[in-house]
Design a binder for this molecule. Structure first.
Ligand code: G16
Length: 544
């Protein structure tokens, strides 16, 4: 089959962000836009001839069209085999799992994660390397360099391949293998968790769970694992059907976007346990009746209880969290005498630590938790971990968290997001603060004395690579902390994220809500940078 070399011109806006390239669907639909980016990815890799690529997406609008283009380009660029999920579906954790299981060269995930989908919404594309994890920064920079120099892309001419049933197809020299998107991932989960104990929990008839798949990719995964393999009643998984527009919702498992689940759990007939995942299945939110578990607390609880779960019974070698994530897990690490690493925001920064065997568990405040079983955060994995704990400890999730606070103290944490800001205004606001950082220590803010103020940078302890400009931190003598950073995953304007944290040892204070306990810091965070004066916004759009 003839490989066509099609002339093209660069687009100036193809630098990958925190997690791949995310843009409006209409941007991706421009002629040559997708092709340019995919070719830039392939041009950044060496030795792809005859290799295996894993491919799939979260089923969002434009997934189906993009997959066919990528298949033709994979053939044009000399890949030997593409493993693709039936229906074009693969969750992000499943892509990571398949890359590792089949020792593939890499994988492509089509998703804009928790961002809304549809013709006027978002699309995204991310390359994962042979460890199953997101491309590290040096590779994403190379991709960007190729994207600004690109002159041609390579493709074959071939009709669309039928992805609706399992099977092998030929596309010139390329073998396309359409596989069950769920089976390998579900098998991996069975090796980590005590499915017998969880099955007993469901069979007891005294435990009711609700899992909200938000009409995104985890529906089929949750049905297979929770309802079929673990025997939870049919209907445990709600909004289980993946839809191209996610049913018009925003598949972000947080208090705002998963509000139906939150209302049910705060209502008169809550389930005993509830969880939700996001568009591509890597995030999770965990709820007990009337009780929300902050992701930072969730990570800390999982770390403290890991010995109770078969896959982690041997103990943890270390843990890591992203810089803005609360330091709750640091206390557990100290207690266990294991190292705790603080990385920049973005899962790609955990990859080297996991590969080097320095950490077992890691997580981010943005509803991401995971372990060394794959190289992505993993929504259903976190849910199964919690189910395993509930099955073993036989107390409600809230009791587990409260006991944890009683033992380790509570890290109150909140994140305030201001979305759709004018990018220049938002950048100038943070630039002004950046220039003042050196003078801030010793000054007063939020009713207390600033101890340090810096722009977070990280030196990877494994390969020595340095990431700078990863968020402005203001730390107080009390240990309280405010962090400001701009999102790297948005597609419209800028999103300012302000993270606030306070550690409280006194158990009598643990019942307060985060917004109350952090009220002083919230006001202080506004005063330090002048969010309203700079952006005109008097309140955040999303509070987690
Ligand atoms: C956000 C979160 C990060 C997360 C990233 C990607 O990035 O803050 O913690 O790693 O999304 O997550 P996902 O793959 O689920 O979209 P940012 O830059 O927008 O803050």
């Amino acid at each position: 089959m003839q490989v066509l070399s099609i002339e093209t011109k660069p687009f100036p806006d193809q630098r990958p962000g925190t997690s791949g390239l995310r843009k409006k669907v209409r941007v991706f639909q421009q002629p040559r836009y997708l092709e340019n980016f995919v070719q830039s990815v392939f041009d950044s890799l060496s030795g792809i001839a005859g290799q295996t690529l894993v491919l799939g997406g979260d089923g969002r609008y434009y997934n189906a069209e993009a997959l066919q283009v990528i298949l033709r380009m994979a053939a044009g660029n000399g890949f030997g085999r593409v493993i693709i999920g039936r229906g074009g579906l693969l969750s992000t954790p499943a892509v990571s799992c398949l890359i590792r299981k089949h020792r593939a060269f890499g994988g492509i995930v089509l998703s804009a994660s928790h961002n809304a989908a549809g013709p006027d919404e978002d699309f995204g594309i991310k390359y994962n390397i042979d460890n199953g994890g997101p491309a590290p920064e040096n590779l994403t920079e190379q991709i960007h360099r190729h994207s600004v120099d690109i002159r041609r892309y390579l493709i074959v001419s071939h009709p669309d391949i039928d992805l609706e049933s399992n099977g092998l197809f030929r596309l010139g020299g390329l073998v396309v293998e359409v596989v069950d998107p769920v089976a390998d991932y579900a098998d991996l989960m069975e090796t980590l968790f005590d499915f017998d104990r969880i099955r007993e929990l469901f069979a007891s008839g005294r435990f009711r769970m609700s899992f909200d798949a938000m009409n995104a990719v985890t529906g089929p995964y949750a049905r297979e694992i929770l309802e079929r393999r673990l025997g939870a009643p049919t209907g445990t998984v709600v909004r289980a059907q993946p839809l191209p527009d996610f049913g018009g919702g925003h598949p972000d498992p947080n208090l705002i976007h998963a509000h139906q689940l939150v209302e049910m759990m705060n209502g008169s007939w809550p389930a005993d346990f509830a969880a939700a995942s996001d568009g591509d299945g890597d995030r999770n939110m965990i709820l007990g009746p009337g009780f929300y578990i902050n992701p930072g607390d969730s990570l800390a609880v999982l770390a403290a209880n890991a010995h109770r779960v078969p896959g982690y019974a041997k103990g943890l070698v270390g843990v890591a969290r992203s810089m803005p994530t609360s330091a709750a897990v640091d206390r557990v690490a100290e207690h266990l005498s294991i190292p705790c690493y603080e990385t920049p925001t973005g899962w790609k920064f955990f990859g080297n630590l996991l590969d080097a065997g320095r950490i077992t568990l890691c997580g981010e405040e943005s509803f991401g938790t995971g372990s060394n079983h794959i190289r992505e955060k993993d929504g259903l994995w976190a849910v199964l971990f919690w189910l395993n704990l509930l099955a073993v400890r036989r107390v409600p999730a809230e009791a587990i968290v409260r006991q944890h606070w009683a033992q380790f103290g509570r890290n109150f944490f909140t994140r305030h997001d201001y979305e759709g800001l004018d990018s220049a205004q938002a950048e100038q606001m943070l630039d002004r603060l950046r220039k003042r950082l050196a003078k801030l220590p010793g000054e007063q803010a939020a009713g207390q004395t600033i101890q340090y103020a810096d722009d977070f940078s990280y030196t990877d302890p494994v390969d020595g690579s340095v990431a700078t400009g990863q968020g402005l931190r203001i730390g107080f003598e009390s240990g309280d902390r405010i962090v400001y950073r701009l999102s790297g995953t948005g597609t419209e304007g800028a999103t300012l994220r302000v993270y606030m944290e306070r550690f409280v040892d006194d158990t009598s204070q643990h019942d307060r809500t985060a917004q109350t306990a952090l009220a002083e810091l919230i006001t202080g965070a506004e005063r330090v940078v002048g969010i309203e004066a700079s952006t005109g916004r008097s309140r955040p759009d999303v509070v987690t």
